[in-house]
Design a protein around this ligand. Structure first.
Ligand code: HEC
Ligand code: HEC
Length: 280
């Protein structure tokens, strides 16, 4: 529906501009500012900006250059989304940005649990080769919201880019994770030890929770320091929170990371073991 509001007649001329700019950049080897920046539908862009300022700015910075207050704690650092030095965004299609980046997903939970157990048992390397420095927003935002983010990101870089047309059938509802039943915390000590170890690996290596949370002086600063979770947080609450933060606080900056029930259980148990005084 929103797509209908976008100018269709621009597509042909935009295509020419894109081809021209691509050729021009190839030949001259530099970026080229055009006045296309102002052509995006302003309401899409405004919606995207609002989301960016809530969910992205702490890492990517207000201009998108990658200098958010939390960027310092990330490795790799957030990419420069303004293409100020090298062209990156300018080479991506809107679908690329939408599909590959904003809904980036990590391994299927069951598959990852299997690999993780295997690695822990055999004491081999953890299976998550590239822990995502950037959290997924697949479980937090609606498809339509992610398109508005694409529209906003397109205004941050100077290279010309195709206009963002939201597909007519796009869903405007956020993914729903209905209330999960809290599991039993009663278990044999051995099982608990295994789950805690698994939770720790999931926390830092699969979901990169450390990108936003500090534990014992290491990690990001978007969310609270979790060094004393075991003292401060009740397991039932922690389990509900990490399973679906938006159900408890609709505008929280913490995305829903799509944890499976077993993963949420393991991470809750791990956080419950953290009782050391904070060093930060
Ligand atoms: C916890 C910090 C963090 C948050 C929050 C975050 N990003 Fe990122 N983002 C990164 C990092 C780090 C990278 C580069 C590393 C990588 O590619 O994994 C990145 C990369 C990107 C890229 C470039 C693609 C790429 O593969 O390098 C885009 C586009 C992007 N982010 C958009 C967003 C948007 C939109 C939001 C908010 C909805 C957001 N990011 C929130 C840290 C973050
Ligand atoms: C993009 C940043 C970000 C990521 C990634 C993130 N969190 Fe959070 N987290 C937050 C923010 C911000 C809060 C504070 C929530 C609020 O007050 O709205 C929070 C709150 C929490 C809390 C409650 C802490 C307290 O003292 O109240 C827990 C527990 C938690 N996060 C666990 C996790 C776990 C586990 C992961 C990884 C699976 C994770 N977080 C990933 C940003 C993040």
């Amino acid at each position: 529906m929103e797509g209908a509001a976008m100018g269709k007649g621009r597509q042909f001329s935009l295509g020419c501009v894109v081809v021209f700019v691509a050729l021009f950049s190839l030949i001259v080897g530099c970026t080229n500012k055009t006045d296309n920046d102002t052509s995006q539908s302003s309401s899409l862009v405004m919606q995207g900006k609002e989301l960016f300022m809530n969910y992205c700015v702490h890492c990517h910075g207000p201009s998108g250059v990658g200098d958010g207050f939390n960027a310092l704690y990330l490795d790799p650092r957030p990419r420069d989304l303004t293409d100020s030095i090298e062209v990156f965004m300018g080479d991506l299609s809107n679908d690329d940005i939408y599909g590959m980046i904003l809904s980036r997903d990590i391994m299927d939970p069951e598959e990852s649990e299997r690999l993780l157990d295997e690695a822990l048992e055999n004491d081999t390397e953890l299976p998550f080769l590239v822990p995502p420095a950037m959290p997924t927003f697949k479980y937090t935002l609606s498809d339509a919201e992610r398109w508005t983010l694409v529209a906003y990101l397109r205004t941050l870089h100077k290279n010309d880019a195709p206009q963002v047309d939201i597909p007519a059938t796009v869903s405007t509802t956020r993914p729903i994770v209905s209330g999960r039943k809290v599991p039993s915390w009663d278990m044999a000590e051995e099982e608990k030890i295994t789950l805690v170890e698994r939770g720790k690996a999931l926390f830092s290596d699969k979901y990169n929770c450390v990108g936003c949370h500090m534990i014992a002086g290491y990690g990001g600063k978007v969310g609270p320091d979790l060094s004393q979770s075991g003292r401060r947080l009740a397991s039932d609450w922690t389990y509900q929170w990490i399973s679906n933060p938006q159900a408890i606080s609709s505008d929280t900056k913490m995305p829903n990371l799509g944890l499976s029930e077993n993963e949420a259980k393991a991470i809750t148990l791990y956080l419950g073991t953290l009782v050391s005084p904070s060093t930060s």
